[in-house]
Design a protein around this ligand. Structure first.
Ligand SMILES: [Zn+2]
Length: 379
């Protein structure tokens, strides 16, 4: 294949108070929106969304979201969209709501827009959804012929959310460069259905650079619900740069290992970006990364509050059967791990994962960073 492809949403809007302009932007897309938001999200943004749509002369029709972007939930939302007669569906919430709404909007044949209330994943900008089983296990990627017509992020709403969401988004977005770099080296196709453009690969690298400079001050700022220039840059890196970078730059081992981790029930309470970060550490090990690169990545992401060990995602490093199951799922046919510039077997993944805990613990102890604590769903 020699065709290169770059895709993106039609419009990206970000800033404090952006939610007040949702109506004017949605009015350019359709005249009968259906808003999908869960009750918690609607409790804190519903008033502003209603006011903004009404001010733009649009009707307000909101439906709930079941919590997991499963095939069943997508089909339920298709029914809601169809029966409402909506011509545009607007997801308000996190990555799960957005993934379900994109898939439902596609099947219902309407346009779609996303208003993420957290910057925890790079789901909002892409033309694909990740579908999970109702238990939260990775099931499939679904690809659509177009990206969202609008992605609108209110930075103050993102800063008001618990910092853990932004931290998870940093984990998801740091993986973007590691995976795009691997994809560009192997000459594999990206999620956009062609070879990477230099643009897609460069955006993935820019996401990494922005996060390396701004993630720690931004995480500190959102703990006090403040929007600083660093917070704005990290929201953009997590949402726009990482979204364009992963889709048009390519996924590789880190996300495949994330998908493998979702086959273990103990990990289901963790955010996508937390599991992706362990996938990034494992990818660096698989690549035979320079010791200093691996050390810096473990130190930086530990300081950011991300897991860098199996222990922290609820898997004991001596649990060979579970690690084997993760490795098998991560290397399934069609997984993005096969975009790595070398062959990766289940044995390779199991060895990389098993080696991480002892090494990451040593690095963290030497850097006076916290020793890994076991993750349990009781946390
Ligand atoms: Zn991701």
């Amino acid at each position: 294949m020699t065709i290169r492809t770059m895709i993106s949403p039609a419009r990206y809007v970000q800033g404090p108070g952006a939610i007040h302009r949702l109506g004017e932007h949605v009015a350019q897309i359709g005249s009968k929106p259906l808003v999908v938001a869960d009750d918690v999200v609607w409790g804190f943004v519903g008033h502003d969304v209603e006011a903004s749509l009404s001010a733009a002369g649009l009707p307000v029709d909101r439906r709930g979201f079941g919590g997991v972007p499963s095939a069943k939930e997508v089909d339920r939302l298709v029914g809601e969209i169809t029966s409402s007669g909506a011509d545009v569906v607007v997801a308000v919430g996190g990555g799960s709501t957005i993934d379900a709404v994109k898939a439902a909007g596609h099947l219902a044949g309407v346009r779609w827009a996303n208003a993420p209330t957290v910057a925890s994943t790079d789901a909002p900008c892409s033309a694909l959804s990740v579908i999970y089983t109702e238990d939260g296990e990775f099931e499939a990627y679904r690809f659509f012929p177009r990206n969202p017509d609008l992605v609108l992020v209110d930075s103050q709403i993102v800063a008001n959310a618990p910092a853990e969401f932004l931290i998870a988004g940093v984990g998801d977005a740091l993986a973007t460069w590691l995976e795009a770099r691997a994809t560009s080296r192997s000459g594999s196709p990206t999620m956009a259905g062609g070879l990477p453009t230099v643009t897609g690969t460069a955006l993935a690298q820019l996401s990494w650079d922005v996060l390396w400079e701004n993630a720690l001050p931004a995480i500190d700022a959102v703990r006090d619900k403040q929007v600083t220039p660093a917070v704005e840059k990290v929201i953009e890196a997590n949402t726009l740069l990482s979204g364009l970078g992963f889709e048009s730059g390519g996924l590789a081992a880190a996300h495949a290992i994330h998908n493998g981790l979702t086959s273990v029930a103990a990990t289901h309470g963790l955010a996508h970006g937390q599991k992706v970060n362990l996938g990034s550490v494992a990818q660096l090990v698989l690549e035979g990364a320079a010791p200093s690169d691996l050390r810096e990545f473990i130190e930086f992401t530990t300081a950011a509050g991300l897991p860098t060990t199996l222990t922290e995602v609820g898997i004991r490093p001596d649990d060979a059967d579970t690690i084997r199951a993760v490795a098998t799922a991560a290397t399934a046919e069609g997984e993005t791990i096969h975009s790595m510039p070398f062959e990766v077997t289940p044995n390779d993944v199991a060895a990389a994962l098993t080696s991480i805990d002892r090494h990451a613990t040593r690095i963290r102890n030497n850097a006076h960073l916290p020793t890994p604590k076991p993750y349990t769903t009781q946390h």
